[in-house]
Design a protein. Structure first.
Lengths: 294, 409
């Protein structure tokens, strides 16, 4: 029975007798939601719990949920083994600069595609969108060779620049720009404004929600990126958190200290969790607007 | 004032950048070394070895970079394709074979000193057609671990280096008789165990010119029959009887008499609540032991082959490299120099640590073909079917021959 059928039933004369049913349906509804929420949360709880365990308790036969004894040793080992502050700083810098840059580049491209008339615009736009169909693995090696010839291996520009040109971001913002009425900029043109002024003073302020959406998505994309930073950041001082984290896993025939790996995972997830708490509204909007979960 | 100072500083920096590096240090050479085995625990140990090398060779600087094992070979290939390979890099044995076949490795024969104390068989493993394409850096192997307490309870003698699988079967039956939940032996039935037991029985996977598989020869069938017989005689638990419990866990619980397992378990078994030791694996027609090895290779494109080879040799055979490895528990150097490994042999348990090095007398390396993964997957399925009694060894290997022949085409 759907929600609307239920409320119809509740309005009917027999409403009093139907109330218990309503109550039971609600209960079931929440029970299912709670179970689903637990399923989503358990891996995180397990990560946190393992990161607090002493080494010899990690793989105990009866799994322990509450670490006893709990210890911060794994965090100490983590910060001893890896320049974590540096990696955290790298991740933040790359994600913020990358997200900011991607929004700017996408917005400028979207403006050209949405607001300026030029010959061949539709075809160029279609071709540009078409690049979304090419899996990034295909372009990985050619792009890497290009970046290497530019001497950008082990550099921030090598980490950030290739991700700036996003067909998806351009598409998202173009749709937002198209929804603005033409009258606004025509009025501005009459007042003597040029494209730059219109872009900066009219279009951007009016499409802030779309810009914020893209910023959130691209921040997460840069923050979680693994393969590209792995190729470009060969020296520890340029590594982002996911790349550093992978180095904690031992090779074949070596023991992996899972508590240290989990401590690294906690440190990696924490900033994004905090960002989420403060920017929950934008995260939710980014999912509903784009249909993409980061 | 401040601005003037800054300008001066900038000018100095720019001038310094103009002076070629070679003018500062005469003939100084930088060798780039790329590896996976130092992460995450042995970064400092590697640095100790580098410092010692640089002290001996003041004109050579070693520049290290590393990657996690899972991605190491992707990155190495990208570097090779990009024409910017590191001078020296680590390779595990399985990858060594394909790299050597693709002409990207330098033949080190002219550079390697003849008195470097490598185990001859370990050195041979990294030769292809007489060319030394890599030097053995470290190795690991699989041995027979046994629970002394269970042997005492059953009143039987401990395994010896001369044991065959028949002796193992007799001991396993005596231990199995101790109780319903006590098992005699565990030796996995899969590709990695099979090619070793195949070697013990003189079974070859392929004919000499690699055009056809000979995996259903009588020798090979005997090898598989021996493996399966432990399940059939009910002295070894099969997959369903294990029910998800790892065999090393069963051993640690004191419910397994013998376990054929890797020496990397020493640390995990150190605190076992019973006495245990190791012995060479039982043999058949001959002995054969796993030789899981990492080698160090020099890029064929290296601009400084001599210096690169010197570093590769120092890293794999110098006393300091050997002792640092052993003190840090960073796998084992494949070096025939007891004085380098004395510290390792003194640690207990197990008492019989010499067996680890004795295993190097009979190393066996995996059969490698171009379509390796497919061969391993196909064979693993058939071996499992044989273990579960769905196929008898002869027909399982007949089918394996057919499939491998298809992969060799």
């Amino acid at each position: 029975m759907t929600e609307s059928q239920l409320s119809h039933a509740a309005a009917a004369p027999g409403a009093i007798r139907l109330h218990p049913t309503r109550w039971i349906v609600d209960l079931l509804y929440y029970a299912v939601l709670i179970v689903l929420a637990l399923v989503m949360l358990i891996p995180f709880a397990w990560m946190l719990s393992t990161s607090l365990k002493p080494t010899e308790y990690i793989l105990s036969v009866t799994p322990q949920f509450i670490p006893n004894p709990a210890t911060l040793d794994s965090y100490r080992t983590l910060f001893d083994l890896m320049p974590m502050q540096r990696m955290l700083g790298n991740s933040l810098f790359v994600a913020i600069a990358g997200a900011g840059g991607q929004v700017l580049v996408s917005a400028m491209a979207a403006y050209a595609f949405a607001r300026i008339e030029w010959r061949g615009r539709e075809i160029v736009f279609l071709l540009y969108l078409g690049t979304m169909m090419v899996p990034s693995q295909v372009t990985l090696i050619p792009l890497f060779i290009l970046i290497r010839q530019l001497g950008w291996v082990n550099s921030y520009q090598g980490l950030i620049l290739p991700g700036l040109f996003s067909a998806f971001g351009t598409f998202l913002l173009r749709q937002a720009f198209l929804s603005l009425p033409r009258d606004l900029e025509e009025a501005a043109f009459i007042d003597g404004a040029n494209h730059l002024t219109i872009f900066w003073r009219i279009i951007l302020p009016l499409t802030r929600p779309a810009l914020a959406t893209l910023a959130v998505l691209s921040f997460m994309q840069y923050w979680n990126a693994y393969l590209w930073p792995l190729f470009v950041a060969r020296q520890e001082i340029f590594m982002t958190l996911p790349v550093g984290l992978a180095k904690l896993q031992g090779g074949p025939r070596a023991l992996t200290q899972w508590n240290v790996v989990m401590a690294g995972a906690v440190v990696t997830v924490l900033p994004i969790l905090i960002a989420y708490l403060f920017a929950q509204k934008w995260f939710v909007r980014s999912v509903t607007l784009s249909g993409i979960k980061g | 004032m401040l601005r003037k100072g800054l300008v001066t500083l900038l000018v100095v920096v720019m001038l310094a950048a103009l002076v070629p590096a070679s003018a500062l240090a005469q003939d100084s050479v930088t060798i780039r070394y790329y590896n996976f085995s130092s992460d995450p625990d042995h970064v400092e140990d590697l640095q100790t070895i580098i410092d010692a090398f640089e002290a001996e060779n003041p004109n050579i600087t070693i520049e290290v970079s590393s990657a996690p094992f899972a991605d190491y070979f992707t990155l190495l290939e990208a570097d090779l394709v990009g024409g910017d390979a590191p001078d020296v890099f680590e390779l595990n044995f399985e990858n060594f074979v394909s790299y050597a076949a693709n002409d990207v490795l330098l033949d080190l024969s002219p550079y390697v000193s003849t008195d470097a104390p490598y185990y001859p068989r370990a050195l041979e493993a990294f030769q292809v057609d007489g060319a030394q394409y890599a030097l053995p850096e470290s190795f690991s192997t699989v041995l027979l671990f046994y629970n002394k307490d269970l042997f005492d309870q059953a009143g039987i003698d401990y395994p010896t280096a001369e044991w065959t699988w028949d002796d193992a079967m007799a001991a396993a039956q005596s231990i199995r008789a101790l109780g319903d939940d006590v098992w005699g032996i565990y030796s996995p039935i899969q590709f990695w165990e099979f090619y070793k037991k195949a070697a013990q029985n003189n079974c070859a996977f392929f004919n000499a010119d690699m055009t056809e598989s000979t995996i259903n020869s009588p020798e090979c069938v005997t090898a598989l029959e021996t493996m399966v017989s432990f399940v059939n005689e009910d002295v070894m638990p099969d997959q369903t009887e294990l029910a998800g419990v790892a065999n090393e866990e069963l051993f640690l619980q004191g419910k397994l008499g013998m376990d054929v397992i890797g020496i990397w378990q020493f640390a995990a078994f150190a605190d076992a609540p019973f006495a245990w030791d190791i012995q060479l694996e039982p043999g058949a027609a001959q002995k054969a032991h796993h030789f899981f090895a990492n080698g160090v290779a020099v890029s064929a494109d290296s601009e400084h082959p001599e210096e690169a080879a010197a570093w590769a040799q120092f890293l794999t055979s110098s006393e300091i490299a050997a002792t640092v490895r052993i003190d840090a528990g960073w796998e084992l150097p494949a070096i025939d120099a007891p004085e380098y490994v004395a510290a390792y042999l003194e640690q207990t348990p197990p008492d019989n640590r010499e067996a680890v090095f004795q295993a190097l007398e009979s190393p066996v390396t995996p059969p490698v073909i171009e379509r390796q993964t497919e061969m391993q997957d196909d064979l693993n399925q058939l071996l499992t079917a044989a273990e579960m009694g769905e196929l008898d060894p002869q027909s399982a290997l007949d089918m394996a021959k057919e499939q491998i022949d298809g992969l060799l085409q």
